[in-house]
Design a protein around this ligand. Structure first.
Ligand SMILES: NCc1[nH]cc(CCC(=O)O)c1CC(=O)O
Length: 319
């Protein structure tokens, strides 16, 4: 039976949905179709911070899954609300580069941007951490799709010195050449889930042996543990994806075996203050240990006053 993969219309969405569709076609030997789903997020304009909630890009696609208009949905994991959707399950393919990328004119880097340089981002998390690293920069609120934002710094009508975008999004649409500095993830801590995809299906997908096997092959254990910890942290903070919260987990191997390490930051958007916490667990503990790690690190942030630094619950689509 044909597998229908639902996707938004943007270049980024169709590219990443197409990649998952191709893998599912190979893994199942079945025909796979892309189905275009329209969402509010593509239609709205205005500052990102005024857009309606974390799930603005996701709700319409989830509804299409539940209505049986598609069988598989592909999201950027960082855009997926941390509240589980009843009746749906998420599979996490191997994450690509989770870092934020500076795309500047003339090959400039975060260290070499001139004093007072204008840097565009629509993300409170990036704005706060850029100001922490470089208080002299002028941070400009921008939005639009990846190409529109890149043009602000690199196009013929550029009005900014640089923009910051997710390396993963640039790679997926073939624009890696625009990157002039991949930002150290301990300096600019990525958004929870950044660089990872969420492949979402109805629970019943696992009753179909061929599809269940393919979904199992698509799922990457280290990615799942990492994003589980990052998202548990976000959920514990009751923070939306537009909150100035960075969380990045990695599975690191050492002489004493593997460690799941979670690093996090909550920063005041003006860059005037921040709190950082990090902790680790044994990845052999699986999803439950990863969740407990996220909760523990979030509690450490809250104990250090994170909720006083930033409006964690603020709604809006962010990065
Ligand atoms: N904020 C929007 C968004 N959601 C997912 C990505 C692509 C990167 C990813 O999948 O993590 C982007 C673009 C960006 O943040 O630059």
């Amino acid at each position: 039976m044909t597998i229908r993969v639902g996707t938004r219309g943007s270049t980024l969405a169709t590219t990443q949905s197409g990649q998952v569709a191709e893998r599912l076609a190979v893994l199942t030997g079945r025909e796979v179709d892309l189905v275009r789903i329209r969402t509010d997020g593509d239609v709205l304009t205005g500052p990102l911070s005024q857009m309606g909630g974390t799930g603005v890009f996701v709700t319409a696609i989830r509804q299409a899954l539940l209505d049986d208009r598609c069988d598989v949905a592909v999201h950027s994991l960082k855009d997926l609300p941390t509240t589980p959707a009843p009746g749906l399950r998420v599979v996490t393919p191997a994450r690509v580069d989770p870092r934020d990328a500076l795309c500047a004119r003339d090959g400039l880097t975060l260290a070499t941007l001139p004093t007072g340089a204008k840097v565009g981002t629509g993300s409170p998390r990036r704005a706060a951490q850029l100001r922490l690293a470089r208080p002299d920069l002028e941070i400009v609120d921008i939005r639009g799709n990846v190409d529109t934002r890149l043009a602000r710094a690199t196009g013929p009508d550029a009005d900014l010195d640089a923009v910051v975008l997710a390396a993963a999004g640039l790679a997926r649409i073939g624009r890696t050449a625009a990157v002039t500095d991949l930002l150290d993830p301990t300096l600019l801590v990525p958004a929870p889930g950044q660089g990872a995809l969420a492949v979402e299906v109805r629970d019943e997908a696992f009753d179909d042996p061929g599809l269940a096997e393919a979904l199992g092959a698509l799922d990457d254990r280290s990615t799942r543990l990492a994003v589980t910890a990052e998202r548990a942290l976000l959920r514990r903070l009751e923070a939306g994806c537009s909150a100035p919260v960075g969380a990045h987990a990695t599975v690191e191997s050492g002489a004493h075996g593997d460690r799941l390490v979670l690093r996090s930051v909550v920063a005041r958007v003006d860059g005037g203050a921040s709190v950082r916490r990090e902790d680790e667990t044994d990845p052999a503990g699986g999803d439950d240990a990863a969740t407990a790690l996220g909760v523990r690190v979030a509690d450490g942030l809250l104990a250090a006053g994170a909720a006083d630094l930033a409006p964690l619950r603020e709604t809006g689509a962010g990065a």
